[in-house]
Design a protein around this ligand. Structure first.
Ligand SMILES: C[S@@+](CC[C@H](N)C(=O)[O-])C[C@H]1O[C@@H](n2cnc3c(N)ncnc32)[C@H](O)[C@@H]1O
Length: 218
């Protein structure tokens, strides 16, 4: 079993809990923890829809869609068709549930259970890859496969190294047998340019933020 399958197994068992982070359904202590240490998740969500301010009528690919918060928001903002890819079936069940509850167009959403790359995907106008590169063993292979399926803009988060928090995160995920990978600004630029993206914009999430938010154009 390769390491990304380990991530899939971990996220399959963690799906329900992960989903509660977005809806702030956790107990007060965990909400405090999320606000303090997971603020990146909310900031990258806002930055993504700032970068994709023209997705009305377009097609969207969400790689590592998880429980589907970006899919629901993209539909609300007028996306025409969306493809979500995730290897964790429990995450995909949550996407269907989210869309049904919000009365959003399930028939215009295609969900694929699998790891990217490795599943057939046609080109889309926009791609969203949030919180996924943390678990990708070979980022170069991933980005090279992403480039031909993006027609306009891709937005991707990459976790950065932090002297204090990174060793703890590595240790926690080691216990879960789910390896995590970290990046720096120069490395991200090289990976994206080598993959064939011409316009690479890298933004470091400020404050406690650990993520780079990157927008790419072919
Ligand atoms: C931290 S969650 C993020 C979910 C969602 N993008 C979000 O930001 O709310 C990471 C998700 O990526 C999925 N994943 C990990 N590696 C993947 C890969 N190579 N291809 C597709 N999905 C992947 C996991 O199963 C998990 O659901």
């Amino acid at each position: 079993m390769n390491q990304e399958h380990n991530a899939a197994t971990f996220f399959n068992s963690f799906a329900e809990t992960f989903d509660t982070i977005y809806d702030q359904k956790r107990n007060p202590f965990m909400r405090w923890v999320d606000g303090k240490f997971r603020s990146d998740m909310f900031i990258r969500y806002a930055l993504t829809f700032e970068a994709l301010d023209h997705l009305r009528g377009g097609t969207v690919l969400d790689v590592g869609c998880g429980s589907g918060p970006y899919i629901a928001e993209a539909f609300k903002r007028g996306a025409d068709r969306i493809t979500g890819i995730d290897p964790a079936p429990n995450m995909l069940t949550l996407v269907r549930h989210r869309l049904a509850q919000a009365g959003l167009a399930e028939d215009r959403c295609r969900l694929i259970e699998g790891l990217f790359p490795g599943v057939p995907v046609e080109p889309h106008d926009f791609a969203i890859v949030m919180g996924v590169m943390d678990y990708v063993e070979d980022a170069q292979v991933f980005l090279k496969a992403l480039r031909p399926v993006v027609k306009q803009v891709a937005v991707i988060s990459f976790p950065s190294e932090h002297w204090f928090r990174t060793p703890f995160r590595k240790f926690r995920y080691q216990l879960r047998q789910c390896p995590v990978y970290f990046y720096n600004d120069a490395g991200i630029r090289k990976l994206c340019e080598t993959a064939g993206f011409a316009d690479v914009r890298i933004q470091k999430i400020p404050g406690a933020g650990m993520d780079f938010h990157v927008s790419l154009r072919p």
